[in-house]
Ligand binder design. Structure first.
Ligand code: ADP
Ligand code: MG
Length: 399
């Protein structure tokens, strides 16, 4: 496990100013957040520091203002949502550095929480400008990063600050790094990876990394069609990247040399039109797909066999749904395999970690998100981690 410091290592924080990078990039509708999961994730870190007597300054981005002030992208837009989740009043501070921040710190009492404005209003944030980072760091006694979802960016608030102040992982960051380490860093073997979703092209780097890491690579979703086509299967009208069949074959060869078994579906659910419960719906062997049909889900026989594969594994990492799960009945394979993984996790035989925007939605749809060992909501950062990349925001905490 890579070594990083946590809140347990800070010591007495009373009266100290904590600069805490959090994820407040909430989806909004009519001036209110439609989902506050990200705030809930960091609430333990914020409240722990406040309750220990630190003055907590929250630092976050909100939208893409590209280095300019936009009133609609001020973090004050989410102040009410943060207050509701924390059940505390917080002070909005319309800057991230300078005399206004200094003055606010003078007003805040020990244990109070301040919310700095959108750090991306300043071009120095995304440029990771050391001078900009130093101006922010001047206000803090220490830095806490609790935003894994932004850790794939080397920005001033995610990376630069960690080099200027004593730096710690917040509780959400700690939980995420611990879970990810158990899944791919130092996993118990055998390890299975489920990779699904629409396209091979969006997950090439993930596939290339995983074939050298896991014992079983389960490919589903639209991307399985490209692999099937690479193996000479006629996939009809299915979503398929025919220009990537060569790449798919290379991945299959690499897997063969690395001792990684690749599982492609051998039965599939097809239809002539993409609609809910279409009249043309049928299940068939992959070799029987007609020219006017498209593959929209993995078939029941394959799902059962994949469940048996998971039973032989100790660790599972999952990104991407097995089928077009938003439309019934093409959610069946994703739901069934997710339930098997959840049951094995609850039995204690499997460590299961999943991530990805649509994957999280699919696991929620299957009703099993809470039965997995860990679900990452980090999106881009989760994918980069699955690609085996070093995330700059994480690396900076380790130094
Ligand atoms: P994530 O957001 O979890 O990384 P992706 O964005 O890669 O996942 O892929 C999810 C999308 O893939 C879903 O919208 C789903 O409908 C689509 N999909 C899965 N299987 C198929 C298929 N056989 N044909 C077309 N689209 C599919
Ligand atoms: Mg997606």
């Amino acid at each position: 496990m890579p070594k990083f410091k946590t809140l347990d290592d800070i010591g007495d924080v009373r009266g100290k100013v904590a600069l805490v990078r959090v994820d407040l990039n909430l989806p909004m509708k009519d001036g209110r957040a439609t989902d506050v999961t990200r705030v809930e994730a960091s609430a333990p870190t914020i409240l722990e520091l406040a309750d220990k007597g630190a003055k907590v300054l929250l630092l976050a981005h909100f939208g893409r203002p590209k280095g300019q002030r936009h009133s609609t992208m001020s973090t004050s837009m989410v102040q009410g949502d943060v207050e509701r989740v924390l059940d505390r009043e917080i002070m909005f501070i319309p800057e991230v550095a300078g005399p206004v921040v200094e003055q606010a710190i003078g007003i805040l009492r020990d244990g109070d929480i301040g919310l700095l404005d959108n750090v991306r209003f300043w071009p120095g944030e995304e440029a990771n400008d050391p001078e900009f980072a130093r101006a922010i760091a001047a206000h803090g006694d220490f830095y806490v990063n609790d935003a894994f979802s932004a850790a794939h960016r080397a920005h001033a608030s995610t990376e630069g600050l960690a080099h200027l102040l004593p730096a710690y992982a917040g509780r959400a960051m700690e939980a995420e790094l611990t879970a990810l380490d158990k899944a791919l860093g130092n996993p118990e073997m055998p390890v299975a990876a489920v990779v699904g979703g629409a396209k091979v092209s969006s997950k090439l780097a993930v596939l290339e990394h995983l074939v050298g890491k896991v014992q079983h690579l389960i490919i589903g979703g639209g991307m399985a069609n490209t692999f099937l086509a690479a193996r000479g299967v006629d996939v009809g009208k299915s979503l398929c990247e025919h220009d990537l069949t060569g790449t798919a074959n290379t991945i299959l060869d690499t897997a063969g040399h690395a001792g990684c078994t690749v599982h492609l579906p051998y039965d599939v659910v097809v239809a002539k039109e993409f609609a809910a419960n279409p009249a043309s719906l049928r299940t068939c062997n992959v070799h029987e797909v007609a020219a006017d049909e498209m593959i929209l889900d993995v078939g029941p026989l394959a799902v059962e066999a994949l469940g048996d594969v998971l039973k032989t594994c100790r660790t599972l990492v999952w990104n991407g749904p097995m089928g077009a799960f938003e439309t019934e009945p093409f959610d069946a394979a994703t739901v069934a395999l997710a339930r098997t993984a959840a049951a094995l996790t609850q039995d204690g035989s499997l460590v299961s970690v999943a991530g990805g925007g649509d994957t999280v939605a699919a696991l929620n749809h299957a009703g099993v998100a809470h039965d997995f060992t860990y679900i990452s909501t980090a999106g881009g950062a989760f994918l980069e981690w699955m690609e085996g990349k070093v995330l700059p925001g994480v690396a900076a905490l380790e130094s």
